[in-house]
Write a protein that binds this ligand. Structure first.
Ligand code: CAA
Length: 381
C-alpha cells in the first residue's frame, strides 16, 4: 500500500508548490478583485494535467490517484482559493460520477473533453428550497420515450457560469424525499439550459457561483448516470469524494494565511523587537501550525482509504469538518497577528479569511458533516 510519505507524493507537492507560487499566487489578489480567473491560467491547469488528475490516461486524464488530487487542490488553493475550487468541483463533482458510475460510452464521450479538452464541469444538486435537505429537490425529469425533459431551478452551482457539462440531479418520480432522484449528464448548450444569475459573494470571488434554470431541457436516455431512481446515492457518494477536495482547499487556505502571519511576525517590530518574540504571538502560531498538520493528516487518511477501495464517507466528513473549522480559526488568528494591517486589502489575510468561510458551508455544512460522522459511528452494533 502506498503511504502519504512516498516519494511520488513529496515530488508532486514540490512541483505543485512551485506552480502555485509562480503561476497562481501572484494572480490571487487580481482574481479576487475582478471576480474572474483568467483564461490563460485555466489553460495552464489543463496543459499540466491538473483538470483531469485522477482520470485514467485512456480517457484523457493524467492517471494519478486521489491522494495526488488532494495535494494538487491544497497547493492550488494555497495560491488562490477560487482556483482551487474551480478544479475541485470540476474534478470530483462532475468527472468522478461519470468515471465511477458511467458506461464506457459515457466515459469515452465526456471525460476527454473535461480532463484535457478545455470543457469545465459542474454539479447541480442544490435548489432554492433544497440545500442541506438535498433529497427534497423538486427539479423533475419527464419521461418522453427516447429522452427525458428536465425542468427546475438549481442554486449555488460552482462553475455554473462557465461549465460545458453539468451533472444534474432530478426526480423521475414525484416524491417528497430522496427516492426517485436520477442523475443525468447534461450539455449546457442544450436548449432550455440557462444561467439565470451569477452570485456576488463574500469570498472565493473568482469562482463562478450560478443559479441555473432548466426549462424542458431534452436529455437522451443514454445520458442517465447509473440506474434511474438511484441518483441520490450517486449524489451523496460523489459528495463524499468532493468533501476531501474541500478539506484540501481549506488546508491550502489555512497554510497560506499561516505562512503570511509567520513571516510578518518576524518582520513587525513592536516594543523594540519582532512580535514573533512575544509569547502571545508564538502561541497563536503554534496552534495554527498544529491544526494545519492535523487537518492535512485527516485529508491524507481519507484519500488513502479512497485510493485503496475502503469506506471513506465518515473520514471524508471528518476531514472536511476539521479542516474547514480549523481554516476559519487560523485565518481569523492570522488577521489578529497582523493587527490593523490584517484588516486591510493591502495584505492577503483578509482575503484568506473571506475565502475560508465557504469551506464550512458548501458540499455539506459543518452540521451536515457532524450528522454523517455520527450516523456512521452509531450504525451497526
Ligand atoms: N453514499 C451513497 N449512498 C448514501 C450515502 C453515501 N455517502 N449516504 C446515504 N446514502 C443513501 C442511504 O443508504 C439511503 O439509501 P436508501 O434510500 O436505499 O435507504 C439514501 O442515501 C438516503 O440516506 P439518508 O436517509 O441518510 O438521507 P437523508 O435524506 O436523511 O440525508 C444527508 C442525509 C446527510 C443530510 C444528506 O442529504 C446530505 O449530505 N445533505 C447535504 C447535501 C450537500 O452536501 N449539499 C451540497 C451540495 S453541492 C454544493 O455545495 C454545490 C457546489 O457546486 C460546490
Amino acid at each position: 500500500m502506498m503511504s502519504m510519505y512516498d516519494a511520488q507524493y513529496t515530488e508532486l507537492r514540490d512541483l505543485m508548490s512551485k506552480f502555485s507560487d509562480t503561476e497562481v499566487a501572484p494572480l490571487a489578489h487580481q482574481i479576487d478583485h475582478d471576480a474572474l480567473i483568467p483564461k490563460a491560467l485555466i489553460n495552464k491547469l489543463y496543459e499540466n494535467g491538473f483538470m483531469g488528475s485522477y482520470i485514467p490516461e485512456e480517457f484523457g486524464g493524467a492517471g494519478m490517484d486521489y491522494t495526488s488530487y488532494a495535494i494538487i487542490i491544497e497547493e492550488l488553493s494555497r495560491g488562490c482559493a477560487s482556483t482551487g475550487v474551480l478544479v475541485s468541483a470540476h474534478t470530483s463533482l462532475c468527472m468522478w460520477p461519470i468515471l465511477n458510475y458511467g458506461t464506457t460510452e459515457q466515459k469515452t464521450k465526456f471525460l476527454p473533453g473535461l480532463a484535457s479538452g478545455g470543457t469545465i464541469g459542474c454539479f447541480c444538486l442544490s435548489e432554492p428550497n433544497a440545500g442541506s435537505d438535498s433529497g427534497g429537490l423538486t427539479t423533475f425529469a419527464e419521461d418522453r420515450g427516447d429522452h427525458f425533459e428536465i425542468s427546475g431551478v438549481k442554486n449555488w452551482i460552482t462553475n455554473g457560469r462557465d461549465a460545458g457539462i453539468a451533472i444534474v440531479m432530478a426526480k423521475t418520480t414525484k416524491t417528497t424525499d430522496h427516492k426517485g432522484v436520477t442523475a443525468f449528464i447534461v450539455e449546457t448548450n442544450s436548449p432550455g439550459f440557462k444561467v439565470q444569475k451569477v452570485e456576488e459573494k463574500l469570498g472565493i470571488k473568482g469562482s463562478s457561483t450560478a443559479q441555473i434554470w432548466l426549462d424542458k431541457v431534452k436529455v437522451p436516455k443514454d445520458q442517465v448516470i447509473g440506474v434511474v431512481g438511484q441518483g441520490f446515492k450517486v449524489a451523496l457518494s460523489t459528495l463524499d469524494g468532493g468533501r476531501i477536495g474541500i478539506a484540501s482547499q481549506a488546508v491550502g487556505i489555512a497554510e497560506a494565511a499561516f505562512r503570511y502571519a509567520k513571516k510578518y511576525s518576524k518582520e513587525r517590530i513592536q516594543f523594540g523587537k519582532p512580535i514573533a518574540e512575544l509569547q502571545a504571538v508564538q502561541f497563536m502560531l503554534a496552534d495554527m501550525s498544529t491544526k494545519i498538520a492535523a487537518a492535512r493528516l485527516l485529508v491524507m487518511h481519507a484519500s488513502h482509504l479512497k485510493d485503496n477501495g475502503l469506506p471513506y464517507s465518515k473520514e471524508a466528513a471528518q476531514a472536511k469538518l476539521f479542516a474547514s473549522e480549523s481554516c476559519m480559526s487560523i485565518t481569523t488568528k492570522a488577521i489578529q497577528v497582523l493587527g490593523g494591517n490584517g484588516y486591510s486589502k493591502e495584505y492577503p489575510c483578509e482575503r484568506h479569511f473571506r475565502d475560508a468561510k465557504i469551506t464550512e458551508i458548501y458540499e455539506g455544512t459543518s452540521e451536515i458533516q457532524r450528522i454523517v460522522i455520527a450516523a456512521n459511528e452509531l450504525k451497526g452494533t
